[in-house]
Design a protein around this ligand. Structure first.
Ligand code: ATP
Ligand code: MG
Length: 348
């Protein structure tokens, strides 16, 4: 990757050594790094440096610090843990978090698409269950007095779901979308990236809810199963309109190999009306778990780990459960690829 990045090798605040550029998102860029401690102690971490133009906006920084503080309290095996938050010598804010060695769900899905395969529906369902566990824990959060203090993710997308090489699923960037919204500092690119994963009611400024995150899970499942973007467009307003219309092409028309029950779950999560969706993450999780009970295919972390390596090698076998479908495009009636349905690869 980007070994030539000017920040590689730098030491932030005498503690965090940046070793590799991992990627750039709407709000920040991410580095693989090490925390340096006494006696040569080194721990791998991810350092997420907030873009310069955002670091300079007081309102954004204030919201961001507040969100990062709340989110850093979240401790769950399926949530990327936040370790630290600070400002470097150049005045740029950064978050230090757990480094997840592996790939994002987006990369995993793209490896399938690029080799002309579909992602195995049972593994996608298993990933969905883990993401719902993370969301359910955050929605059920209570403060010191035992009062409900839910945290909503608000940006559940295939790039924010990380798969550790051991097959463990970790949801990243909890609540950070909120700092962006509240500070109203979003640039058009950021808005576009986020809008595609927003629930229709949030485009009308409703308060986030368990159902708005459940809608996000529905989008992720639909996209990873079909290898296509669900809500996209050239301009932010076109994306908003697509989200508000909530026209969701039938999953089964895209993939006849998936169980009808899975089709029903994804479409229910993607109901335009929040009341039409699942009542809670737990309810959706149970529905997915029920389907997995009916298949002989294994879906534990070892199988997901094996699927990561076979996807990286571009070798898909029945052993990793990936059906060999040579044409990744839509097949079947009413499923013509149209301008609205682009390959997942496209960012917007
Ligand atoms: N904790 C982490 N461990 C390993 N890799 C990470 C971690 N966090 C992020 N990454 C990688 O860094 C890349 C950039 O992440 P970033 O969150 O900035 O952007 P994004 O997720 O692509 O988009 P968004 O702005 O919507 O979050 C991601 O593609 C991801 O693969
Ligand atoms: Mg992210």
């Amino acid at each position: 990757m980007g070994e030539a990045h000017p920040y590689i090798g730098r030491l932030l605040l005498g503690k965090y050594q940046l070793v590799e550029h991992a990627g750039v998102g709407g709000m920040a860029e991410v580095f693989r790094a090490f925390t340096l401690g006494a006696s040569g102690f080194r721990r791998p971490v991810a350092v997420k440096r907030i873009h310069d133009h955002l670091s300079q906006q007081d309102e954004f920084v204030r919201m961001f610090v507040e969100e990062a503080r709340v989110v850093s309290e979240l401790q769950h095996p399926n949530i990327v843990q936040i370790h630290d938050f600070d400002k470097d010598e150049a005045g740029r804010y950064f978050i230090v978090m757990e480094w997840v060695q592996g790939m994002s769900l987006l990369e995993w899905a793209l490896l399938h698409v690029e080799h002309g395969f579909h992602t195995p529906w049972f593994l996608v369902s298993a990933v969905g269950i883990e993401v719902l566990k993370a969301l359910g824990a955050a929605h059920g959060r209570r403060d010191g007095e035992g009062e409900p203090q839910p945290i909503y993710h608000r940006d559940v997308s295939p790039q924010n779901i990380l798969i550790h090489e051991s097959g463990i699923i970790k949801l990243a960037d909890f609540g950070l979308a909120r700092a962006m919204d509240r500070a109203r500092t979003t640039t058009p690119d950021v808005i576009k990236g986020k809008l595609s994963y927003m629930a229709p009611e949030l485009t009308r400024f409703a308060e986030p809810s368990p159902q708005s995150d459940i809608f996000g899970v529905g989008i992720v499942l639909w996209e990873v199963l079909t290898g296509r973007r669900l809500f996209c467009g050239e301009h932010p307003m076109q994306i908003v309109e697509a989200v508000r219309r909530t026209a969701v092409p039938s999953l089964r028309a895209a993939r006849s190999d998936i169980p009808i029950a899975l089709h029903d779950i994804v479409h229910r999560a993607l109901s335009q009306d929040p009341n039409g969706r699942f009542a809670s993450c737990r309810e959706m999780m149970r529905a997915l778990a029920n389907i997995l009970r009916t298949t002989p295919m294994r879906t534990d972390a070892d199988v997901i780990a094996a699927s990561l390596s076979s996807a990286s090698a571009g070798r898909f076998t029945a052993a990793t459960g990936t059906p060999a479908i040579t044409d990744p495009r839509f097949v079947g009636p009413g499923a013509e690829p149209s301008a609205q349905f682009e390959l997942l690869r496209r960012k917007s």
